[in-house]
Design a protein around this ligand. Structure first.
Ligand SMILES: [Ca+2]
Ligand SMILES: [Ca+2]
Ligand SMILES: [Ca+2]
Ligand SMILES: [Ca+2]
Length: 256
């Protein structure tokens, strides 16, 4: 009995210790396709030989770019990490990447290493526990933007709270809000970029999707999207809010 109690105590202490750490969804190298690290390397150069040859863990949560700047992994889950994450002023010590809020965003696809169609969107109804994919743009081509890949949208004003979504011909749609997914798994990993390109008024994100049911090959290179968030101008905020609602409505209308 005493031994059992002691073991239980150790277990609880161990659990608390783990809970205090960031928790990242594992990403793996599926083989012939570009890894997340190689995708960054293609655009920015990655200075270290660091992660993404195998799995990513709490000890390997960032890249440094040869060209300046870097990318920091956003926590996926874990005690002490919750949503929403602010599109413009995130706090990576407390936020996870499931639910987002506040900002004007411009989107551009950066990579697609997948055989299936890829459509990027948002779910603006987080109360119904199902993934509502309102398309923002669909992707044509594959690989990188310099190998024929294209797709994007600009100036979308996002208010309230939302999740990023991906739809295609194989499975899903999938949401960054993992509990809404039919497999309840995390199909999105996220990096906050410091691209060192002088655009200090923007917050830049890259989100990577895994498109297969039950996470398939876990390579998260099936759809990679850059999201550049701009502040909402204070004097015109009310007017922009109205425009933004109209745009979200239009996106919804196009989908339905
Ligand atoms: Ca995630
Ligand atoms: Ca929903
Ligand atoms: Ca995959
Ligand atoms: Ca893939």
């Amino acid at each position: 009995m005493n031994i059992t109690r002691t073991l239980l105590s150790i277990g609880v202490v161990g659990l608390l210790a783990v809970s205090a750490n960031a928790d990242f969804t594992q990403v793996t190298d599926s083989g012939s396709e570009a890894t997340v690290r190689e995708i960054f390397d293609h655009y920015f150069g990655v200075a270290t030989s660091g992660p993404m040859t195998g799995t990513l863990d709490a000890a390997h949560e960032w890249y440094t770019f040869d060209t300046g700047g870097g990318a920091t992994r956003v926590n996926d889950f874990g005690a002490g990490y919750s949503s929403p994450i602010d599109l413009l002023t995130p706090n990576l010590s407390t936020d996870n990447d499931m639910i987002w809020t506040d900002g004007i965003a411009t989107f551009e696809v950066q990579a697609r290493f997948a055989g299936y169609d890829q459509s990027f969107g948002i779910d603006t109804d987080l109360t119904n526990s199902v993934v509502d994919h309102n398309e923002v743009f669909s992707v044509t081509g594959s690989g990188y933007t310099d190998t024929g890949l294209s797709g994007g949208a600009s100036g979308l004003h996002l208010s309230g709270e939302w999740a990023w979504t991906r739809a295609g011909s194989d499975a899903g749609p999938w949401s960054s809000n993992a509990p809404d997914n039919t497999d309840s798994l995390d199909h999105v990993v996220t990096y906050l970029l410091d691209p060192a390109d002088g655009k200090t008024n923007e917050t830049v994100w890259w989100v990577f999707f895994e498109d297969l049911n039950n996470l398939g090959d876990h390579d998260y290179n099936d759809l990679a999207v850059e999201i550049r968030a701009q502040p909402i101008p204070v004097p015109g905020a009310a007017i922009l809010g109205l425009v933004g609602l109209g745009m979200v409505g239009a996106v919804r209308g196009r989908f339905s």
